[in-house]
Design a protein around this ligand. Structure first.
Ligand code: B16
Ligand code: MG
Length: 213
């Protein structure tokens, strides 16, 4: 087998919660009268922490905020985001993603989540994958977010595998950078496909089968 383990980012890879992040930040930006918060701005929020994502919005607001106020704004955005997550169900997991994951698992390859999100386990439970992965490394067990490799090195440790035997699948440039920094091979999907330094580019999730099976 080319890889013994695959580590999947969550938002924008397993499910389309990246869109909900965008909509929740947009709602906060509008409340703060931010100047023209766009999808291009949102690209810089992919994979990085909640507080770093907030700074992308605050760059567009003509006001200074204390650390306490910033924490309250991040909590407010998370509230909008959680409202959207609460409406998710197994229907938000596509057949293509589920069938591909099933085929990888059936081949005896270990699978893990490597997500910066503190909402990862909630999302997995909404889409019916609460107990599906062999390991979950997420915003709850890390001290540094992507592009730092910590979330992936911990996922590999949880799987009992060295990074050299694992492939990281990511939709964010910060995530591809994190994978490379950790000594992993990387597969880019969605907006990360513009990264020239990813080992593979996926046009669609099921392309993974030709790479790893
Ligand atoms: P939360 P991923 C990342 O998830 C998102 O891409 C990023 O936009 C977000 O700021 C980060 O999680 C933290 O998420 O606010 O839910 O804790 O792509 O690494 O799965
Ligand atoms: Mg992502």
């Amino acid at each position: 087998m080319r890889y013994d383990g695959i580590i999947f980012d969550l938002d924008g890879v397993i499910c389309s919660t990246d869109e909900y992040h965008y909509l929740a930040w947009k709602k906060l930006a509008e409340k703060l009268d931010a100047k023209d918060f766009t999808r291009k701005d949102n690209e810089r929020q992919r994979g990085v922490s909640r507080m770093e994502s907030l700074e992308v919005v605050l760059e567009k607001v003509d006001k200074k905020f204390t650390e306490e106020e910033k924490a309250a704004l991040a909590t407010e955005k998370n509230g909008y985001y959680r409202e959207m997550l609460a409406k998710m169900s197994e229907k938000d997991l596509t057949d293509e993603v589920k069938d591909t994951l099933d085929a990888i698992k059936a081949a005896g390859i270990k699978i893990a989540i490597g997500s910066s999100s503190k909402n990862a386990k909630f999302i997995l439970s909404r889409i019916g994958l609460a107990d599906y992965f062999d390991a979950i490394s997420d915003g709850e067990n890390i001290t540094r977010t992507k592009p730092d490799p910590q979330v992936f090195t911990m996922a590999a440790e949880f799987l009992g595998l060295p990074p050299s035997r694992c492939l990281v699948v990511e939709d964010a440039e910060a995530g591809i950078r994190a994978g490379v920094a950790g000594g992993f091979d990387t597969a880019a999907i969605g907006s990360a496909t513009k990264c020239s330094f990813a080992n593979y580019r996926l046009s669609t999730f099921s392309d993974l089968k030709a790479i790893v099976l």
